[in-house]
Design a protein around this ligand. Sequence first.
Ligand code: GLU
Length: 299
Amino acid sequence: MPNGRFAPSPTGALHLGNLRTALVAWLCARSSGSRFLVRMEDLDPMVSRREHEVGQLRDLRDIGLDWDGEVVRQSERFGLYRDALTRLVDLGVVYECFCTRREIFEATQAPNGGTSGVYPGTCRNLTQPELGDLRLSGRPPALRLQASAREMSVVDRLVGTKTFPVDDIVLRRNDGLYAYNLAVVVDDHEQGIEEVVRGDDLLSSAASQMHLGDVLGYERMQYVHVPLAVTAAGNRLAKRDGAVTLSDRQALGESGADVLRRIAFMLGFVNGKQVQHPSELIEQFSIAMLPTKPWIFQA
Ligand code: GLU
């Protein structure tokens, strides 16, 4: 059976835009008879907290979402990431990168520099003496994928087909942590995910992730990138924007079902204002009904 998933990072409370994405991911899975999995993207111990995980799962349950099997945590899957990285090293497509964030930023700002946001390739073709000097400098390297595609087209069921540059993505950070882009690609494959539903802030990363999946010989994913929730001024919704989390809304006297109704109504469900449980939305749900513009959230 195909699997869908919601993969939050337990770095804070989910806001209503995140809950909306979770509801869409759940509806995509449940309306097509797929299993629905939840994966905690807690790779980074500096920013991930178990209390946020607990709170996020509670919020999902409170708006009526359920999932199949145990919640998977990336922090417990390092062996899988290590194996994938070893395969990539064996394929000869990994190189050490000694650049700092600042150096990358400066290189991409140069008049003839690379495309902003894409690694300019500074460490891609270091000579052996240069590499030797950098290794001796004591600066720990990140490991990057030597991408063999320049750009890829992401076929998204909501957004359509969009082409983005393929980046030499970091696979292992210079602090030794496996990088998000490696973990997400390995996990989606290992968990048998067929459809990735998530916020459209990750749409352009899908190109580099697809390329990494191709190099590792994985099946391609289907994608649904859902527009984010924004403030009236067009900024991404954040905690400072008022009562934006479920707990905030509950403190105002609203229930999980009230929040579900608000989200369902904003998604365009005709029964949005009456719904008690997300299962009542399944019949009416289709990708085509989803708004393609950001959700302007007024707390
Ligand atoms: N963990 C990411 C986030 O919370 C989502 C990654 C994904 O869905 O691929 O933004």
